[in-house]
Design a protein around this ligand. Structure first.
Ligand code: G6Q
Length: 542
C-alpha cells in the first residue's frame, strides 16, 4: 500500500484557488462578459500562427493569477528549463526528454551529457530526405523495377497515431501519385484489408518501431514479409522494406539492411516521435520541404513555450486552464473539436498524447495523488459531432470543456461551405457560453410545458484555437502546443508525463494466455473463474 500522499492539495495556492472558486460559484460567463466589454480581446493570445481565445473559459483575472502562483509553487519554470537542458526528467525510466531537439534548427545546440544532439538529428533528417527524394522521383524502385505506388506504415501507438494523423492532416500537400496505408492492429483484418488490392511489386513497407519488439508490429511485419515474399520471392525484401527504429540489431535480425534503417534515440518518447524518423511516411507523403516547414512550426511553439512569460504563454495557459477545469470545476473529460475534415484523426492522436502522459496515480516520488489527474480526451470533427453528442455538452449534467480548432481560410474552397463551417464554430462557442434563459425561451412564445426543455444553462467553458490555414507549420505549432500543455499539467500534478507503466500488466498477462490458447487444448488453467471460463469457451470453439 502506498504510504506517502502528494503535497499538491496542501499548497497555499491550491487552497486559495478552492476558496476563490467557492466565493465566485454563482458567477456566469454572461456576467463576466457583461462586466468587461473587452474580455473577448483581452483573454486571448497569439503565438506561432495560433490565436487562442480563452475568454469563454470560466476564469477571472484573479483565477489566472492564482493559477500562475500555483505554477510557480510547483516549479513549472524549473521543469521547463530542466527539459530543455536535457535533464533526466522521465525519472521512472531514467531518461531525458528531448523531443524539442527533433525540431531544433540546424546549427543550433541542445546538449545531452555534454554532447550536442542537433547534428545527429540533422544527419537522420538528411538521410530521410535523400530516401524520400529517391522514392518520390522513381529512382528507388521495387524488386521488379517498378516504381513505388503505395507506402504502408506498420507500427502501433506512438509509431502509428502520429504518422496517420499527420498524413491525414497534411493530405492536401501530399503527392497524389503515392497512396498511403497504415497497419497497426494485431487483428489480421487490419493487414488484410490494407493490402488486399495492392501489387507487391509497387508496395513499400515502413516498419516503424522504436524497440522493434512490439508484438503487434512484429506480427504485422512478419505477415507483410510473407505477403511480399509470396508475390515476389525471398530476395525482394531489401527493396520493399525499410525500418524506423532505435534497435539496429532487431532490424538486422528481421532481415532489413540497416543501410535502410532510420534511427532515433531513447530520449524520444513514442507519443512525442511524429517529428523524428517515425515521420518517414509523413515526409514521403508531403516531401522534405513541407516536412521541414512542419518542424519550423514545432520549433516556433517550443521557443514560445521556453521564453514567453506565463501570462501570455499559450501552452502554459492551456495547461493551467485544464487544471482549473479538472481540479476546481470538476470536469472529467475534454472534447477536442476540430472544424477541419483533415484533422479527423487529431482527437485520436491527442488521446494518446494526453491520456498516456497524464493518466497517472502517483507523483514522481511515488506518492499517491489525492486529486484528479489527466481527464479523458475525446472528439470528432465538426460539424458531425453537432448532430450527435453536442446535446450532452449543451444540456447534459456534466461540465465538458471543449477545444474548438478552426482555420480562417479553407484548403478546399467550395461555394459557401467554409462560411457555413465557420458560422457553426462561432455559434457553438457562443451558445455554450451564454445559453438561453427561460425568459428568452418564453418571449419566443414557447408553450409553458416546453420551456424547461428549451432552456440552455450556458456557462460551459470553451477555448477556440484559430489559425489562418492548415499548413505543415500550423500543424507543427498545434501539436507542440498540446505537447507542452500536457507537460504543464504534468508539472502541476507532479506526475511523470513520459512513462507508461499502465500498459504493461495487460501485455504480460496476454503473453501467458497466448501460450494457453496455442498450447495443448486440455491443459489446466489457473486464472480466476471468469477468465478460465472465457478461455475455455474460446478453446472449445477453435
Ligand atoms: C508511446 C508508447 C507506445 C509506443 C508503442 C509502440 O509513448 O511508448 O504507444 O509508441 O507501444 O512502440 P514501438 O515503437 O517500440 O513499437
Amino acid at each position: 500500500m502506498n504510504e506517502k500522499t502528494a503535497e499538491l492539495t496542501a499548497r497555499p495556492s491550491w487552497k486559495a484557488l478552492q476558496s476563490h472558486r467557492d466565493e465566485h460559484r454563482g458567477v456566469h460567463l454572461r456576467d463576466l462578459f457583461a462586466n468587461d466589454a473587452h474580455r473577448g480581446d483581452r483573454l486571448a493570445c497569439e503565438a506561432a500562427g495560433l490565436y487562442v481565445d480563452y475568454s469563454k473559459q470560466r476564469v477571472m483575472d484573479e483565477t489566472l493569477r492564482l493559477l500562475r502562483t500555483l505554477a510557480a509553487e510547483c516549479g513549472l519554470r524549473e521543469r521547463i528549463d530542466a527539459m530543455f537542458r536535457g535533464d533526466r526528467i522521465n525519472t521512472s525510466e531514467r531518461r531525458p526528454v528531448l523531443h524539442v531537439a527533433l525540431r531544433a534548427p540546424a546549427g543550433s545546440s541542445l546538449t545531452l551529457d555534454g554532447k550536442n544532439v542537433v547534428p545527429q538529428v540533422q544527419a537522420v533528417l538528411a538521410r530521410m530526405e535523400e530516401f524520400t527524394r529517391r522514392v518520390r522521383s522513381g529512382a528507388w524502385t521495387g524488386h521488379t523495377g517498378k516504381r513505388i505506388r503505395t507506402v504502408v506504415n506498420v507500427g502501433i501507438g506512438g509509431s502509428d497515431l502520429g504518422p496517420v494523423m499527420a498524413y491525414e492532416a497534411l493530405r492536401w500537400y501530399s503527392d497524389r501519385t503515392l497512396a498511403f496505408r497504415f497497419v497497426s492492429n494485431v487483428d489480421g483484418t487490419d493487414f488484410v484489408e490494407a493490402t488486399r488490392d495492392l501489387d507487391a511489386a509497387e508496395t513499400l513497407f515502413v516498419i516503424s518501431s522504436k524497440t522493434f519488439t512490439t508484438l503487434e508490429t512484429m506480427t504485422n511485419a512478419q505477415s507483410a514479409r510473407a505477403w511480399c515474399v509470396a508475390g515476389l520471392g525471398d530476395t525482394a525484401v531489401a527493396k520493399h522494406f525499410v525500418a524506423v527504429s532505435t534497435n539496429a540489431e532487431g532490424v538486422a535480425r528481421f532481415g532489413i539492411d540497416t543501410a535502410n534503417m532510420f534511427g532515433f534515440w531513447d530520449w524520444v518518447g513514442g507519443r512525442y516521435s511524429m517529428d523524428s524518423a517515425i515521420g518517414l511516411s509523413t515526409m514521403l507523403a508531403i516531401g522534405p520541404d513541407h516536412f521541414r516547414a512542419m518542424l519550423r512550426g514545432f520549433h516556433e511553439m517550443d521557443e514560445h513555450f521556453r521564453t514567453a512569460p506565463f501570462e501570455r504563454n499559450l501552452p502554459v495557459l492551456m495547461g493551467l486552464l485544464g487544471v482549473w477545469n479538472v481540479n476546481f470545476l470538476g470536469a472529467r473529460t475534454v472534447a477536442v473539436l476540430p472544424y477541419d475534415q483533415y484533422l479527423k484523426r487529431f482527437p485520436a492522436y491527442l488521446q494518446q498524447l494526453t491520456m498516456e502522459s497524464n493518466g497517472k496515480h502517483v507523483t514522481l516520488d511515488g506518492s499517491a495523488v489525492d486529486y484528479q489527474t489527466g481527464p479523458v480526451y475525446w472528439g470528432e470533427p465538426g460539424t458531425n459531432g453537432q448532430h450527435s453528442f453536442y446535446q450532452l455538452i449543451h444540456q447534459g449534467t456534466q461540465v465538458i470543456p471543449c477545444d474548438f480548432i478552426a482555420f480562417r481560410r479553407p484548403l478546399n474552397a467550395l461555394g459557401r461551405h467554409h462560411d457555413l463551417l465557420m458560422a457553426n464554430v462561432f455559434a457553438q462557442t457562443e451558445a455554450l457560453a451564454f445559453g438561453k434563459t427561460a425568459e428568452q425561451v418564453k418571449s419566443e412564445g414557447t408553450p409553458e410545458w416546453l420551456v424547461p426543455h428549451r432552456v440552455f444553462a450556458g456557462n460551459r467553458p470553451t477555448t477556440t484555437i484559430l489559425a489562418d490555414q492548415l499548413t505543415p507549420a500550423t500543424l507543427g505549432a498545434l501539436v507542440a502546443l498540446y505537447e507542452h500543455s500536457v507537460f504543464t499539467q504534468g508539472a502541476i500534478w507532479g506526475v511523470d508525463s513520459f512513462d507508461q507503466w499502465g500498459v504493461e500488466l495487460g501485455k504480460a498477462l496476454a503473453q501467458r494466455i497466448i501460450g494457453e490458447l496455442e498450447g495443448p487444448p486440455g491443459a489446466p488453467l489457473a486464472h480466476d473463474s471468469s477468465t478460465n471460463a472465457l478461455i475455455g469457451r474460446y478453446r472449445a470453439s477453435s
